[in-house]
Structure formats: C-alpha cells, structure tokens
Design a protein around this ligand. Structure first.
Ligand SMILES: *Cc1c(COP(=O)(O)O)cnc(C)c1O
Length: 410
C-alpha cells in the first residue's frame, strides 16, 4: 500500500488566484462586454530584449549543426554565464563571488523551495507575513509544520509580521529562528531594506548561527542609490546567507526560465554532533543529482543580458515598468489611498483606510472601475486591508485603470 505525503493535505488549496479568477469571471458573465483591466498577477508583459532574442536564436542554430551541437551541459551552468554573473552582478558592487559558488537553475521559485532539502527538519523557520507563498507552502510540504490555525498561521512556523508602522520590514525576533526567509525588494509590499536594516538581520544570524535565505528576484528594480542589491554587500553575510536571483523579472525570462543561487563556501550549518560543516558541498550534491542544467540556448540568451547592448535594452524595459509604477503611485496617492512601494520595486501596495478589507476593496474596484488587483490578505494575515497592483502591465492599461479608479469613491 502506497502512502501519500500527508503534509500536502495540510496545504490550503491555492486559494488566492483561483478566487480572483472566480470573482472576475462571475462579474464578466453578468456584465458582458465590460472591458476588465487586469493588474493582479506578477508576470512580465514586455517581450525579450532584441539582443537576448538574437543570442537565443544563435544558441538554437548551434544545436542544429553537428559541429556546434551540445548535449548535457555542466549541471551547475556554463562557465561563460557564471563568469558574467560574477563580474556584472557582484564585482561591480565590490562583492566577490567565486564561479563555483554560483548555481544556474531554471528558477528562483524552485530554488527557494528546494533549498530546504539540505537543512534538517528540526530547524525553526521564520517567514515574513505577508509573503511570496512559495516559502510557506514549501515549508509545509517538507513536513516542518503542523496544521493551519484559525489566525491563518501554520503551527511551527515563526511568522514575522510586516506592518505599516514598521515600514513593512520584519522585526528581529527575540526568540531563535534557525532559517530566515527574507525578500528585498519585496513582493508583495514593494518595500526595500536599507543597509542598516539588513545589517541587523546579518548580525542576528551571525550571533544565533542562523541562515538567511535572501530572495533578491527584484534587485534590478532598485532605483535609490544606497539600497543594497545583494545581501553580500553587508559585512559578514557570506557566513550566513544564501542569495537567490532570477532573470525572470529583471529580463523578462518568466516564460524562458533562468535563475541562479549563490552559496558562499564559508557558509556553515551544524551536524548532529554540533560540528559546523560547509553547506556548499550539500547543495552541489543536491543540484548535480536532481538537476541536469538549464538548456544551452537559454543560458546563451541570459548571457546576452550582460552585453553592452543587452544591458541598455533590459534597462529600458525596467524603466518602462518603473514608469508604470510611478503612474500608479501618483494616481493612487492623489485619489487618497495610502501608498507604499513602487519606487524600488514593480509593486505598489496601498490601502483605502482602516475601514475596508482587502477583498471588499477587490470587489469595489472590480465592480466600480472594472480593474483587477491582488488582495493583500491573500499573501498572509498581515496583508489584510492592503491591495497590490503590479506595474508589469501595458502603459495604456495603467493609464486607463487609474482614470477609472480616480472616479471610485473611497
Ligand atoms: C517572481 C518571483 C521569483 C522568480 O521566480 P522564477 O522561478 O525565477 O521565475 C522569485 N521570488 C519572488 C518573490 C518572485 O516574486
């Protein structure tokens, strides 16, 4: 008799986006012909940059010729790409990352979930609230939690509430957390951590011998000069942090798939006898055993992101999205909403006031403006009352949506 992994039964059945879909189609069915603008899902809308497409095509052509054909590549990723990453993402910020500390993968979503495999199940995991749902769900699947409680929290996870009064930066807990997920620039709140805020987390991890899992999927959207792009810009972070990066949002690779994870060789965790051992060999083993590398044309396309032309083109697309974010911010502020994010991240996080809940605002904006966003409570209990708009949208839609929202009384 085969037994299933009963941890999966503890998960809530992907509530947020199906529920959004249900409410939108119900409205659309009862109001045929309505032009509904969707700014809910965090997926890019602009095509891949011309340099990226050119390299992608070349990669495919190489696969078509017996002289340049490639089979399995190195599991950890081609050196040509890891070299460009080390140079462009880290050296430029005075951070040294060795080529073999970089693991190319097909996404940060999988990496942020899979990384838990190299840690014992007795670790206490801390996760911000509201949050990118992958961290919580992967923790549940791995059997590190009990059941969900009435307050929306899983038993066994140390939640870190990110509140308006705290600037949506999680507070350092006064109890122990062995592994801490952090995501900056943040999805869903669009906020960033300053150097000193990140340093407090690194210091906490150094003192408690904890590990920080730092998701920097949105670092390319940082516009303010003094905000760190990598956690390794903080002194001591190489001893306590794993960093996740992705080409998905930075260069429009959500449908193309390429990302990377950095595991510094100094990074250690403890065995059953309390002896510190390096984590790098464990992830190397995991990655090379369960993964056979990202396809060659995709890695070649990712490398083109770092060509002189590619950098400019990719930046233009980022600027386009960030102009959308500025339009969203400005209009929502002028309409009377309290607005956060949208300056160093492609997400704008706002609330109408203390009197209206996320789903009520969702219905109001859907019915009165025919605009769809994401209710903040869907990202965790502390998101209640808030709402997220994604700047990954077409300009015309953003402008039209804001025109309509200005007419909705709050
Ligand atoms: C979109 C996103 C990612 C990127 O995931 P990929 O699997 O690389 O596409 C990672 N983390 C967060 C918080 C995201 O929103």
């Amino acid at each position: 008799m085969a037994h299933l992994n009963s941890n999966y039964l503890k998960l809530q059945s992907g509530y947020l986006f199906p529920e959004i879909g249900r409410r939108v189609s119900e409205y659309a069915n009862t109001h045929p012909g309505t032009d509904i603008i969707r700014m809910g899902i965090g997926d890019v809308t602009r095509p891949l940059a011309p340099s990226v497409i050119k390299a992608f095509h070349e990669g495919v052509e190489e696969m078509a010729d017996v002289r340049t054909f490639r089979g399995y590549g190195p599991e950890q990723g081609y050196e040509f790409l890891r070299e460009l990453i080390s140079k462009n993402e880290y050296e430029t910020r005075n951070v040294h990352v060795d080529l073999d500390e970089i693991f190319i993968s097909d996404g940060s979503k999988c990496d942020t979930g899979n990384i838990q495999e190299i840690f014992g199940t007795d670790n206490r995991i801390a996760i911000p609230d509201p949050v990118y749902p992958v961290y919580v769900d992967s923790t549940v699947m791995a059997g590190r939690t009990g059941y969900i409680q009435e307050n929306g929290y899983f038993e066994g996870i140390k939640y870190l509430p990110c509140t308006e009064s705290g600037g949506f930066i999680p507070e350092i807990p006064d109890e122990k957390a062995d592994i801490i997920y952090l995501c900056f620039p943040n999805n869903p709140t669009g906020t960033v951590a300053t150097r000193s805020q990140l340093k407090r987390w690194v210091d906490y991890a150094l003192e408690r011998k904890s590990i920080i899992l730092f998701d920097a999927a949105y670092e390319a959207f940082i516009t303010e000069m003094d905000i760190p792009h990598s956690i390794y810009e903080i002194e001591g972070a190489r001893n306590v942090a794993i960093e996740f990066r992705s080409f998905s949002k930075k260069a429009g690779f959500t449908g193309t798939r390429c990302a990377f994870t950095v595991i510094p060789k100094e990074l250690k965790a403890f065995n059953d006898r309390g002896e510190p051992l390096a984590l790098h060999p464990l992830w190397y083993r995991r990655h090379t055993t369960k993964f056979n590398g990202v396809s060659y044309p995709v890695q070649k396309a990712a490398a083109a992101v770092y060509s002189e032309k590619g950098k400019k083109e990719v930046q233009q697309v980022i600027d386009y999205y960030m102009e959308n974010a500025a339009i969203l911010r400005e209009n929502l502020l002028e309409t009377g909403y309290k607005v956060y994010g949208g300056i160093n991240a492609p997400y704008v996080w706002f609330k109408a006031g203390d009197h209206i809940k996320s789903w009520d605002l969702f219905d109001k904006l859907l019915h009165e403006a025919n605009v769809v966003g994401t209710p903040g409570s869907g990202f965790g209990p502390s998101g209640e009352g808030f709402f997220r708009f994604s700047a990954f949208a077409d300009r015309d839609h953003v402008i039209e949506a804001m025109k309509r929202i200005r007419k909705v009384k709050i």
